[in-house]
Design a protein around this ligand. Structure first.
Ligand SMILES: Nc1ncnc2c1ncn2[C@@H]1O[C@H](COP(=O)(O)OP(=O)(O)O)[C@@H](O)[C@H]1O
Ligand SMILES: Nc1ccn([C@@H]2O[C@H](COP(=O)(O)OP(=O)(O)O)[C@@H](O)[C@H]2O)c(=O)n1
Length: 228
């Protein structure tokens, strides 16, 4: 039996990875992995269990035994941690910032690898993150590296959080995005970098539909050449 196709979408915060990955998963009727949500759930679990971010020996067992499930419902993608629906809570900027700090710890990344790879199920998977194409799924059939200027990513995040009713300031969001870029790009383990042979798309001046068309055409061509 053939293996599940895997497509990876990596890039910095706010580039549109989640939006694109959901659209692709929907178009191909494939599974979807929001790897950032796993780091965010771990951040919430650490906060709930009062484990400090530098307490590696407290965080590691938490990462290994993380009791989290992801499901698709008519209310969208839901994330359940230890029986509690944390889908909205994980989206706050505070949790995102904590997740970004936890994600720089090599032992934590290692502990979450198996859990992420288990998402590669037939007929296929779209995996969204920072190191999907470089570390988690190096054998992916198609890899996309999606970027946009920091200014437009902050603007998009501002509109997204405002629509969710969160009280945010664009200057703070820009600073947060820049701090996150800095950590993602410069960490020793699995830094944010385009995978070899990845298609790089700069979405600064592209709409969502245009990004989707470019990505889909690229993936179709990769799947076609693999099946020949
Ligand atoms: N090409 C685009 N043009 C304008 N807005 C976009 C584009 N792609 C995504 N967005 C919007 O930007 C916000 C952040 O996108 P998201 O997919 O959450 O980014 P990421 O997963 O990379 O952090 C969302 O509100 C989304 O609707
Ligand atoms: N594969 C991944 C996914 C996320 N992360 C980290 O987890 C944090 C939360 O991920 P996310 O994709 O939900 O959040 P945004 O930074 O896009 O808002 C990011 O800031 C990254 O630092 C990571 O290191 N590796």
């Amino acid at each position: 039996m053939r293996k599940a196709y895997v497509v990876t979408v990596d890039g910095p915060s706010g580039a549109g990875k989640g939006t694109l990955s959901n659209m692709l998963a929907d178009a191909y009727k494939w599974h979807f992995l929001d790897s950032g949500a796993i780091y965010r759930v771990l951040a919430i679990a650490a906060i709930h269990h009062k484990i400090a971010l530098d307490d590696i020996h407290g965080l590691q067992p938490l990462a290994n035994g993380l009791d989290v499930t992801f499901s698709v419902t008519d209310k969208g993608n839901r994330v359940i941690l230890e029986g509690e629906d944390v889908s909205d809570d994980i989206r706050s900027e505070e949790v995102g910032s904590t997740a970004s700090q936890i994600a720089s710890i090599p032992m934590i990344r290692e502990a979450l690898l198996k859990r992420q790879r288990a998402f590669a199920q037939l007929p296929g998977l779209v995996a969204d993150g920072r190191d999907m194409g470089t570390v988690v799924f190096p054998e992916a059939v198609a890899k996309i590296f999606l970027t946009a200027s920091a200014q437009s990513r902050a603007q998009r995040r501002y509109e997204q959080l405002k629509a969710m009713g969160q009280d945010v300031k664009i200057a703070c969001l820009l600073m947060d995005i820049q701090a996150r870029d800095e950590r993602d790009l410069n960490r020793a383990t699995a830094p944010l970098v385009a995978a070899k042979y990845a298609l790089e798309i700069d979405s600064t001046a592209l709409g969502i539909a245009q990004v989707f068309e470019i990505a889909k055409a690229f993936i179709d061509s990769k799947i076609f050449s693999e099946s020949e």
